[in-house]
Design a protein around this ligand. Structure first.
Ligand code: SAM
Ligand code: SF4
Length: 329
């Protein structure tokens, strides 16, 4: 088992398989000048499967595939099929922007993926283009419809931005009236690759929740799954639900069960740390599975108490500003 010194058990690995993306969401990336990780620096599928097997032996049972846009990477289904075959991994989830996803839905279902997080910050086509700097709204909405029809459990990730989409919080909650979807309102974090001017958090989870309660009379609290980052609610008699994620306020660190692996092999035990060690370097230097497992255990045991401590301890001494596409969310 992977246990840290604050007695938290890590059983959830989030793998960002690429830092490349076909959208340019303003809160995630600058419009231009992005330096992608050179291909030879990105972990190969074989390396990723080997690392995943080691993690599974250490007690990881749930994996999320993310990026960048994970489905842009060639032969992604080879990887997902391989993951599905690893004993001990019993849940594979995906986070995607929905632009190239539709053609993979049958295969995803075949390999056991049942929950998909779809990033969608607006229900308005023109606004979508402004936020993502690309004109892909119709494709994403069509994909969303198909996911629901096929029976995927869909969670919509919606980053709440002041003066951009805060007028749509109510519409997103209304979407859950007849659709079995969970809309998750996420606090905006400064992981934008410095593509956005430094702001302050206007829409905290508390404010988002209060705003919804002011608009809807019958908001009911749902029981949160163990290790949930979202506080979950529903409106009485609505088919779906909504959640608020205090990603910037960092209220959920006490029950954190997550480890992150970046495309170039950096292991992060907290979203806000700058990477604890690079597993690719060890692996390519010829380390055995046992040595890799030991390095992972060491990293996890030293996990910071919370995201504030992790940010303070960053090796460059600077607060976070890297693009979320290099981490995976
Ligand atoms: N490209 C895929 C997508 O957008 O779903 C997967 C990777 S994306 C980095 C993962 C999640 O991170 C998305 O749901 C996105 O909304 C979220 N995200 C990116 N930048 C963020 C930021 N600055 N603050 C909060 N959430 C962010
Ligand atoms: Fe791409 Fe996802 Fe970042 Fe948007 S949030 S730019 S879709 S990686």
């Amino acid at each position: 088992m992977l246990i840290d010194r604050h007695h938290r058990v890590a059983d959830y690995l989030r793998i960002a398989v690429t830092d490349r993306c076909n959208l340019r969401c303003t809160y995630c990336m600058p419009e231009q000048g992005i330096q992608y990780v050179p291909r030879e620096e990105v972990l190969s599928w074989e390396e990723l499967l080997r690392i995943s097997r080691i993690f599974a032996d250490l007690g990881i049972s749930k994996v999320r595939i993310t990026g960048g846009e994970p489905l842009l990477r060639r032969d992604i289904m080879f990887f997902i099929q391989g993951l599905a075959e690893i004993s001990g991994i019993n849940k594979i989830n995906l986070t995607t922007n929905g632009t190239v996803t539709e053609k993979y839905l049958d295969d995803l279902w075949k390999y056991g993926v049942r929950t998909i997080n779809l990033s969608l910050d607006t229900l308005d086509k023109a606004k979508f283009k402004k936020i993502t700097r690309r004109d892909e709204f119709d494709t994403v909405i069509r994909c969303f419809g198909r996911m629901i029809k096929m029976g995927f459990r869909v969670k919509i990730n919606c980053v709440v931005m002041s003066g951009v989409n805060d007028d749509e919080i109510e519409s997103f909650v209304r979407l859950t009236e007849n659709l079995p979807v969970s809309v998750r309102f996420i606090e905006e974090m400064p992981f934008n690759g410095e593509g956005k001017e430094e702001g302050h958090l206007e829409w905290s989870y508390i404010k988002i929740l209060q705003h919804i309660k002011d608009k809807f009379e019958a908001v009911e609290k749902l029981e949160d799954p163990q290790n949930s980052t979202a506080y979950n609610y529903t409106v009485k008699d609505y088919k779906g639900s909504f959640g608020v994620i205090a990603a910037y306020s960092r209220t959920f660190c006490g029950s954190c069960n997550r480890i992150r692996l970046t495309p170039q092999g950096s292991i992060k035990t907290c979203l806000y740390d700058s990477g604890i060690f690079n597993i690719k370097q060890l692996l390519r230097a010829g380390a055995t599975d046992q040595e890799l497992a030991f390095a992972i255990q060491e990293a996890v045991s030293g996990k910071a108490k919370d995201g504030f401590q992790a940010e303070l301890l960053r090796s460059n001494g600077k607060p976070v500003s890297e693009s979320m596409s290099t981490i995976g969310g």
